[in-house]
Write a protein that binds this ligand. Structure first.
Ligand code: NAD
Length: 419
């Protein structure tokens, strides 16, 4: 089957949700729908770096600055072999909708390099990352476009970009990236912020569904930054996390996995699927386990029309970006599965990135408790706005989140004027 274009699919879904808003009639002559679905700028460039054996490797690097009507571009950097322009555009598109749903003053962007990053040595990783900052030196900046971690990038890569920026521009600008370590101007609470935000939205949705979290069951797909934090916080909330997986396999335990022990196991560099206190199952069977809550926190298109009819969870929290493929959206709605959409569910990361950027601009740093309280305030407020609209209009949480975001960006775009 031919691979579907991720960005075209993302636009199709957007149009479907934007249509009832009658934006073209409300803002005549503004070509508003096309404006909201056309990236401001897409950069695709060659990135050449030296391997440890002295040979040169050529990769493609991307940065899509989708929309800055509500503030500077903001979005993560992904290093993965399947990164391409269409995926980067889709991720940048979702990013500006996400910053609008939680109402923080940023636009949306995304970047990446098509490279098998995990196979590189530490020195090669640093070279790739700093090259990325170099080839995009004119695009990035604290008032312009602010990257953050995404798949295969972390505090380490953000520090390398900060350092490259200092060398290229000859001055320190801590706010050029977020997701930095505390010692480099990072924010307390940023590392776990996306997962924490996911769990805050799960708790709110559970209240609406009369689902008691203590004793409920959950499965988490992906055990990286987002998935491992979600598993830990659900476990702390009394949820029985009965299954987790990563790219290498899945592990299940009907009594609930000992998540702190699993975290130690993985942090010691051992394969997740070889955790001794659980049973191995086929990696992708995790998605159709009989659980109350399913958290896909790996990559796009985990749930498609092929496996959606077998999904048994009542609540799906989209920790990843785009884990439910557009062709699976209606199948889940038809089965009355409540889905907390990515642009709301995983917005905790960019929210604390915003707090980090604010702290960098003021060079005044907040204690973790303040960060977590502000995060809770933003996430609960955004969830309630979305859930209330969904209940009032009898639409899904996804449609409600898209409507709120689209309204906010459209208004900002039109207010800018036409000259
Ligand atoms: P990460 O690189 O830390 O972890 C990714 C995890 O997914 C790894 O455990 C990997 O083994 C696993 N994985 C990959 N393919 C898999 C597969 N087919 N089946 C099962 N597991 C698989 O990445 P992350 O930062 O945790 O990001 C995960 C998702 O969350 C991505 O979609 C990302 O865009 C999204 N996200 C991340 C953040 C953030 O702050 N890190 C913020 C918002 C959204």
């Amino acid at each position: 089957m031919a691979q579907q274009d991720v960005f075209e699919l993302a636009k199709k879904l957007f149009y479907r949700y934007a249509e009832p808003l009658n934006l073209d009639a409300r803002y005549p002559g503004c070509d508003i729908l096309r404006r909201l679905t056309t990236p401001d700028r897409s950069v695709e460039c060659r990135l050449t770096f030296q391997r440890d054996d002295g040979t040169m490797q050529v990769s493609r690097a991307y940065r899509v600055q989708f929309n800055d009507d509500r503030g500077p571009y903001k979005g993560g950097i992904r290093f993965h072999p399947i990164v391409d322009l269409s995926e980067t555009k889709a991720l940048a598109f979702w990013m500006y909708l996400k910053t609008a749903v939680v109402d923080i003053p940023f636009g949306g962007a995304k970047g990446g390099v098509a490279v098998d990053y995990e196979s590189l040595s530490l020195a090669e990783k640093e070279r790739v990352t700093k090259r990325y900052a170099l080839v995009l030196r004119d695009e990035l900046g604290p008032g312009k476009d602010i990257p953050a971690p995404d798949v295969n990038t972390s505090q380490r890569e953000m520090t390398w970009i900060l350092d490259a920026w200092r060398m290229i521009h000859g001055r320190y600008e801590r706010g050029v990236v977020t997701g930095k370590p505390i010692s480099m101007g990072g924010s307390h609470g940023r590392r776990g912020a996306t997962g924490r935000g996911v769990v805050i939205t799960i708790a709110e949705a559970a209240k609406d569904m009369n689902l008691e979290l203590p004793g409920a069951t959950a499965a988490v797909q992906g055990f990286g930054n987002v998935g491992s934090t979600v598993a830990r916080l659900l476990h702390e909330a009394g949820v029985r996390v009965v299954g987790v997986n990563d790219v290498g396999g899945a592990i299940v335990n009907a009594d609930g996995l000992d998540i702190p022990a699993l975290l130690e196991h993985v942090q010691a560099g051992k394969p997740l699927a070889q955790f001794p206190r659980g049973e191995q199952i086929d990696r992708d069977e995790l998605l159709v386990m009989d659980v109350d809550i399913l958290v896909p926190a790996a990559l796009e298109n985990a749930i498609t029309a092929a496996n959606a009819p077998r999904v048994k969870a009542h609540l799906i929290a989209e920790g990843a970006n785009g884990p439910v493929a557009p062709d699976a959206v209606d199948i889940l709605t038809g089965r009355a599965t409540r889905v907390i959409p990515d642009i709301l569910c995983n917005a905790g990361g960019v929210t604390v990135s915003y707090f980090e950027w604010v702290q960098n601009r003021q060079e005044f740093y907040w204690p973790e408790q303040r960060v977590n309280e502000e995060l809770r305030r933003v996430m609960v407020g955004a969830y309630r706005d979305v859930a209330d609209l969904a209940a009032r209009e009898k639409i899904t949480l996804r449609e409600a989140a898209y409507r709120i975001a689209t309204e906010r960006v459209a208004e900002a775009a039109v207010r800018r004027g036409v000259q």
